[in-house]
Design a protein around this ligand. Structure first.
Ligand code: GCV
Length: 713
């Protein structure tokens, strides 16, 4: 062994993500790691074990500053061993069978037993992919400079399908441009770029095991042979990393590419067409995962076009996929333009009666809340309400409604809040997390989806801090009990530095950021005050022909008050929740104040729990949002010189945009609502810099790739 030269410092582009291996700084840890992990054996042969070797070589040679040699089987000198029960006799001799039996196909154990008088570190699993996940867990511990005593662990994912949904189009754009340009270079595929492998590495490192390559607003062309060859090339790259490929299925594909006159799911020609198409897909991709489908939603075709139900549509595809062990992820995001109704009721009303009608290989994929990825929503009432149906949750990692790239908003608190919410479906403790992981209602198929924020930007996600949301999604998909602060701490230490001041400062900024965004965008249960075509800046005055998409429809401000009455005197959406939850939401005395205006129309002068009037409380929340961003900016400025200039400057710039736009939100929304409330701003709220007419005239043009509004002075 010899010391490798320390890598010359180079500009930080963000490309390495959290797999940013650097020499361990803590001298005591470095000594411990060098003593204990200096000789490595990866005792197994397969493409996945090759990935384990490559990753260990890349990581340990840098973390330890070693010129490392990795042997392909156990040696007398090896102190770190990676293998499976089947691949390695040494694993079998050191790890009891029953220690592994509980971790399933993807879990792993890390142990530090004695072998011939020496302490060794063993990463063991039942499968090669489990060994890879264990390897990444060990590396995470080293990157965060934890003592080796703390790496002993037993870990298994709580949810089976942990999927990224790319809303990527075949022309290289991404739905509304949130994630920049698509990562998939369809014109060059099946030629493979190194980026695809790095994408797979990053996902495997956090346990993501599925990717839906294409937009839910689907294009049937992806199911044609020319595209299937490209899909197969990606699947080949992802396979050793345990990542399964899925596609979106356009329901009208039998007409568009199959030449049939109908796509009626009960028509025998249509069923035969899908069977043949699916058989063909499996010839290209033998381990294809299945389809994600958006049907009869926002203009997408679906079974209702033929007076068939969602179950008829999903089951038709499920039957054709079943012989290949594929699944259908059928989205529950539907709403009709029935103005008299409450849009947030519609998904439940349409799907709850279908419980028990879906095949066992259909997962109903439901957004976290009943509206559409708002900064805060109550959990979706379908969770727990369909005990005979496998239910997936869909989060949005990309920040469609949360300031896209330029606002720093760490989403783990949002994800965690929903997963920990108690549905009461089977009494107290019936959390959304337990519905999704199948333990509450006994589902065998389990899944979670995150709408990807990954594009072709060098730093993948458009901003450094958007990477944290990809990371946090993966970690929570693996274990929804993890805390947002521990995930943030890991991510910061891996991505930036183990310096405790740096870590503490950045973690703090991240942890306050989501509530800040709620406060300056939509506090106290307000929703969808964003401009209707760009979803970026404030437009509470916007009114569309499609009234159920309009801010005015959602906030219902009038001279008496503001908020959507969803109690029995209004749309009665509260009745969709299990009784203790519904009753709690229905009663002004018990509804959580952060959801107040979601469920109630409240007079401007009514008193809140603080003793303040609603108007004053609302105004102070907007001010608190601005103040928090200002404090985030201030905290960030103290990191100058403590982290690299590139990422310091990028974030400093974005935070300045965020502060300016938080003020824009506060001033535009409060001035608009003041035209109803006729109340002055309370003491403590800064006076708006511009008149309401200024904000009304501001244009936020829609740009396909990165929507941005005109700069606010
Ligand atoms: C993919 C919202 C978004 C749409 C998106 C849709 C969906 O309405 O604005 O861009 O379309 O959700 O989730 O299907």
């Amino acid at each position: 062994m010899s010391f490798a030269p320390i890598a010359a410092t180079h500009a930080e582009t963000g490309y390495e993500l959290w797999l940013r291996y650097r020499l361990v700084v803590n001298a005591e840890r470095l000594r411990e790691y060098r003593q204990s992990l200096g000789a490595v054996a990866v005792d197994g042969r397969s493409p996945t074990f090759d990935v384990v070797r490559e990753e260990l070589l890349r990581a340990l040679s840098t973390l330890l500053g070693w010129d490392l040699v990795i042997s392909n089987e156990m040696t007398p000198k090896a102190t770190l061993l990676v293998g499976t029960y089947d691949s390695s006799a040494t694993v079998r001799s050191l790890i009891r069978r029953d220690e592994l039996s509980g971790v399933g196909a993807e879990g792993f154990v890390i142990r530090r037993p004695f072998l011939a008088g020496r302490r060794v570190t063993v990463v063991a699993a039942n499968s090669d992919i489990g060994a890879l996940y264990g390897t990444f867990a060990l590396l995470r511990a080293l990157q965060t400079e934890r003592s080796l005593d703390a790496v002993v662990m037993t870990s298994a994912p709580r949810i089976h399908r942990r999927v990224l949904d790319h809303w990527d189009n075949l022309d290289g754009t991404v739905e509304r441009g949130y994630a920049g340009r698509s990562l998939w270079d369809w014109s060059r595929l099946p030629a493979i770029s190194a980026r695809y492998r790095d994408y797979a590495r990053a996902n495997a490192s956090i346990g993501i095991n599925g990717t839906v390559l294409t937009n839910v607003n689907a294009n049937a062309k992806v199911l044609t042979p020319a595209y299937l060859a490209k899909v197969a090339a990606l699947a080949d790259v992802f396979r050793p990393y345990g990542i399964t490929v899925y596609l979106t299925a356009r329901f009208s594909a039998p007409i568009e590419i199959g030449g049939l006159p109908t796509a009626d799911p009960l028509d025998s020609r249509v069923r035969a067409w899908w069977r043949a198409k699916i058989d063909e897909i499996y010839r290209y991709v033998p381990d294809f995962g299945g389809f994600l489908v958006k049907a009869n939603s926002e203009g997408q075709p679906g079974p209702q076009d033929y007076h068939r139900s969602h179950a008829d549509g999903a089951n038709m595809l499920a039957d054709a996929l079943a012989p290949h062990h594929g699944v259908v992820m059928w989205r529950a995001f539907v709403y009709r333009s029935a103005l008299a109704e409450d849009r947030v009721r519609q998904s439940y009303d349409e799907f709850a009666p279908l419980d028990g009608h879906f095949r066992s290989n259909v997962l109903l994929q439901t957004k976290n809340g009943p509206l559409d990825f708002q900064p805060r929503e109550p959990f979706h009432p379908l969770f727990g309400a369909m005990p005979k149906t496998a239910q997936m949750i869909e989060f949005q990692i990309t920040k469609e409604y949360l300031g896209e790239d330029s606002h720093l908003v760490y989403l783990a608190p949002l994800f965690g809040e929903v997963l920990a919410a108690d549905t009461y479906a089977r009494g107290p403790g019936s959390t959304v997390g337990r519905v999704i992981d199948g333990t509450l209602q006994g589902q065998r198929e389990t899944g979670i989806a995150g709408v990807s924020n990954i594009g072709s930007d060098t730093n993948w996600t458009g901003s450094e801090f958007n990477q944290a949301n990809w990371y946090a999604y993966g970690r929570l998909a693996w274990d929804h009990g993890l805390s947002p602060d521990s995930i943030a701490d890991e991510w910061v230490r891996m991505s930036f530095s183990n310096d405790s001041t740096v870590a503490r400062t950045i973690v703090h900024i991240m942890l306050v950021s989501r509530e800040a965004a709620v406060n300056y965008m939509t506090p106290l249960g307000l929703a969808h005050l964003m401009g209707t075509n760009h979803h970026y800046g404030p437009a509470p005055w916007a009114r569309l022909t499609r009234a159920d998409w309009s801010p005015v429809y959602f906030h219902r401000a009038d001279s008496a008050g503001i908020g959507f009455d969803r109690t029995a005197t209004g749309s009665n959406a509260v009745a969709q929740y299990f009784r203790p939850v519904g009753n709690r939401y229905a009663d002004r005395a018990t509804v959580p104040e952060h959801l107040l205006l979601w469920f109630h129309h409240v007079a401007w002068t009514d008193h809140m729990r603080s003793g303040r009037t609603l108007w004053d409380e609302l105004a102070l929340h907007y001010q608190a949002g601005v103040d928090t961003v200002r404090a985030m900016r201030h905290a960030w400025s103290a990191l100058r010189g403590k982290i690299d200039d590139e990422r310091f400057t990028e974030t400093e710039h974005f935070l300045s945009i965020q502060e300016r736009e938080a003020r824009w939100w506060r001033d535009a929304v409060l001035q608009y609502f003041a035209t109803f409330s006729h109340q002055p701003l309370p003491i403590g709220v800064e006076r708006p810099a511009h008149s309401l007419s200024y904000y009304l005239a501001l244009r936020c043009p829609r740009d396909e790739h990165k929507p941005r509004c005109e700069a606010i002075p």
